[in-house]
Design a protein around this ligand. Structure first.
Ligand SMILES: NC(=O)c1ccc[n+]([C@@H]2O[C@H](COP(=O)([O-])OP(=O)(O)OC[C@H]3O[C@@H](n4cnc5c(N)ncnc54)[C@H](OP(=O)(O)O)[C@@H]3O)[C@@H](O)[C@H]2O)c1
Length: 211
């Protein structure tokens, strides 16, 4: 489907009539979003609105993939019910508003997460950006587990990430010769510490493993 075309989104969802929709698509180029605001807004906010409406049309639950960037990065260890914002870049603004669009789905679960490709792709990694993000081969199975249980997870928001560390520390795990840098070198404003409190996720997993 083309997310920016509401008829296309509704047609696919009405044809498939799923119980669960996992909405992963987005405009994800954080730097590009500063110049390309209209496209980023249309895909992330309007696209999510069309998916939420279509979910309601067939009674499906919507799992919406969001980001740790909805927080300002001043304190870190953010819990699901901490107040988000103010966001520090345009991509983050659209993802924060997209969460509200997703909440228009009568049944929804918003997963805030963060991940990188299996290999660290850059020569430099920032030591003053703290995160709970991890490599996709570590995060994806966690998200898959949440998706398998999504119909039974209580409505709301869920953080899925690993422990707090700097991006430099994370990068060194798979690219030992990566150079240390600072976020002032990024072409876009990045939040300082968007590490997530994952207590809710840990409690859910403990509950399932006890069953
Ligand atoms: N990567 C991260 O660090 C990170 C962190 C936190 C949250 N997230 C969130 O996780 C989700 C997945 O991220 P990702 O890194 O896997 O993104 P990605 O690799 O950029 O993939 C985004 C997908 O969205 C699709 N898409 C874009 N515009 C579309 C449109 N108009 N209609 C239909 N499909 C469209 C793209 O399709 P084409 O390839 O055909 O363009 C692509 O398959 C996103 O919601 C993102 O915001 C990512």
């Amino acid at each position: 489907m083309n997310l920016t075309d509401p008829a296309s989104v509704l047609a696919v969802i009405e044809r498939e009539r799923p119980d669960l929709i996992v909405h992963t698509a987005a405009y994800t180029n954080v730097g590009g979003a500063e110049k390309d605001r209209s496209e980023c807004w249309t895909v992330n906010v309007e696209g999510t609105r069309y998916v939420a409406r279509s979910a309601n049309a067939v009674g499906a639950k919507l799992v919406h993939i969001s980001t740790d960037y909805v927080f300002d990065g001043q304190t870190g260890n953010y819990a699901e019910d901490d107040t988000p914002g103010p966001v520090v870049n345009y991509y983050s603004l659209t993802k924060l508003v997209a969460e509200e669009a997703a909440r228009a789905a009568e049944r929804h679960l918003i997963i805030r997460t963060s991940f990188r490709p299996r290999e660290f792709a850059y020569p430099v990694a920032f030591s003053d950006v703290y995160t709970g993000q991890d490599y996709v081969d570590i995060i994806a199975p966690e998200i898959a587990l949440a998706v398998r249980h999504a119909l039974e997870i209580e409505q709301g928001t869920l953080h899925i990430a690993t422990e707090r560390k700097s991006v430099f520390e994370l990068a060194r795990r798979r690219k030992p010769d990566v150079q240390e840098g600072t976020r002032a070198q990024a072409g876009v404003t990045l939040p300082g510490d968007v590490s997530l409190n994952t207590g809710r996720w840990a409690a859910l997993k403990a509950q399932w493993s006890a069953q």
